[in-house]
Design a protein around this ligand. Structure first.
Ligand SMILES: [Zn+2]
Length: 351
C-alpha cells in the first residue's frame, strides 16, 4: 500500500535466506507531510513534518490571553497557513495539547489554561480538513519524542519528561510505552496543591504548582520585582517593552541579580517538591525537564534537583538524574507527529 501511494519505493533485493530474495523498500521522505501542533505555550507552534519525522517548516502564532473559541480559531489559522505551504498531500494532523485528553476520541476533557472543556478537537479538525487527526496530551507526546529521539542516555526503558511552560505536566514512559493512566490524566502534576492557602489557580483551587512554578507565575513575580526596582535590568526591560519575557528573566539571572535568583530558585524548589513525589512512586532514574521555563538553565535546574533530593528517600534519589532535554527541536511537535505516523502507517519513527 505504501508503494502504491508513492510513500515508499523499491530500492533493490536483499540477501535471500533460502526463498525468494526480499524486496527492500525505503520511505520516500517527502511523499507526504504531517502537520504537528504544540498548543502548550503562550504561542501555538505548528510544523510540517515529513515521513521521517523531520520538521520542514515551522510557524507560531501568539495566543496572548485568548482561550475558549478564540484559542480554537488560532489552531485553525495555524493549520490553514501550513496547508497552504505544504508541498504535497497531507497525511494527517497530530496535536499535542495541554489538558486531560481522551485519546480514543480526540476529545479534550479539560484544558485549564485554554478554558477548553469537552472540546472534540479531533472531530472538529477531521471534519474541517478531511484528514485523520490524532490528539494527545502535550507532555505525554513530548515524553514519547524524548524517549524516541533523545539520544543514547534515553535507552533506558523508563523515563519521566516534565514540561514546564505556561502549564506544567509530566509524561511518563514505562517499559518503553507511554503510560496514560486510567482516566488519561497520568502526569497531570500542574494542579497538585503545593502551597496551602496560596494564590487562586485557573482550575478553581488555591496554591497549585502552576501558581508558583509556571512561566506565568515566574513572569508575574519578575514583573513585580521590576516595578519595585525600575533601575535594574528587569526594570529597564519592562520599561522599554511594557512586558517581560522569560529571556529577560534569564538575562537578569545571568547578570548576577540576587532578587531574580530568589524568584527562580523558589520556582525550582516547588517543582522539586512534586518531582520527589514522582521519584517515590515510580523509581524512574531518568527525569528530563523541557518547555519554555528551561531557558532559566542551571540555577533553576539545581534548585529542582536539590529539593527533589532532599524530599525523597536517599536510596532512590541517589540514582536519579534530572537534566534539561537536549535542544533537538520542539518535543511536542515531534511527539504529536510521531503518534500520527504510527497510528496511520504503523511506522515506528526513530529507533
Ligand atoms: Zn490549579
Amino acid at each position: 500500500v505504501l508503494i502504491d501511494d508513492g510513500m515508499a519505493q523499491e530500492v533493490g533485493r536483499g540477501p535471500s535466506s533460502g526463498g525468494k530474495a526480499p524486496i527492500l523498500v525505503s520511505i520516500v521522505d517527502d511523499a507526504r507531510h504531517v502537520i504537528g501542533l504544540d498548543l502548550g505555550e503562550g504561542a501555538f507552534v505548528g510544523a510540517l513534518v515529513n515521513l521521517r519525522g523531520e520538521v520542514r517548516r515551522s510557524i507560531e502564532l501568539p495566543v496572548d490571553d485568548r482561550d475558549g473559541p478564540g484559542a480554537l480559531d488560532i489552531v485553525y489559522r495555524l493549520v490553514d497557513e501550513l496547508i497552504e505551504e505544504a508541498p504535497g498531500p497531507l497525511l494527517g494532523i497530530g496535536v499535542g495539547t495541554p489538558g486531560v485528553i481522551d485519546t480514543r476520541t480526540g476529545t479534550i476533557r479539560w484544558a485549564v489554561n485554554l478554558d477548553w472543556q469537552d472540546l472534540p478537537l479531533g472531530r472538529l479538525l477531521g471534519e474541517r480538513y478531511g484528514v485523520p487527526v490524532n490528539v494527545a496530551n502535550d507532555s505525554q507526546a513530548a515524553a514519547l519524542a524524548e524517549y524516541t529521539f533523545g539520544g543514547d542516555a534515553s535507552r533506558r526503558p523508563n523515563l519521566v519528561a516534565i514540561k514546564v511552560g505556561r502549564g506544567i505536566g509530566a509524561g511518563v514512559v514505562l517499559g518503553g510505552e507511554l503510560f496514560h493512566g486510567d482516566g488519561f490524566g497520568a502526569g497531570e502534576i500542574g494542579h497538585t496543591v503545593v502551597e496551602v492557602d496560596g494564590a487562586e489557580c485557573m482550575c478553581g483551587r488555591f496554591g497549585c504548582l502552576e501558581t508558583v512554578a509556571s512561566s506565568r507565575a515566574i513572569l508575574q513575580r519578575a514583573t513585580e520585582l521590576a516595578r519595585e526596582h525600575p533601575q535594574s535590568m528587569l526594570g529597564a526591560r519592562l520599561g522599554a517593552r511594557g512586558e517581560l519575557r522569560l529571556q529577560d528573566v534569564a538575562a537578569s539571572l545571568n547578570s548576577g541579580d540576587e532578587n531574580t535568583r530568589r524568584i527562580v530558585v523558589s520556582a525550582g524548589r516547588y517543582l522539586g517538591q512534586v518531582v520527589a513525589g514522582l521519584i517515590g512512586v515510580l523509581d524512574v532514574e531518568r527525569i528530563v525537564l523541557h518547555g519554555s521555563v528551561a531557558v532559566l538553565g542551571e540555577p533553576w535546574l539545581e534548585a529542582v534537583r536539590d529539593e527533589a533530593g532532599r524530599r525523597s528517600l536517599g536510596l532512590l534519589a541517589k540514582d536519579v538524574s534530572i537534566e534539561l532535554a537536549a535542544p533537538i527541536g520542539d518535543l511536542v511537535v515531534m511527539g504529536a507527529s510521531a503518534l500520527l505516523l504510527t497510528a496511520e502507517l504503523g511506522l515506528a519513527v526513530g529507533r
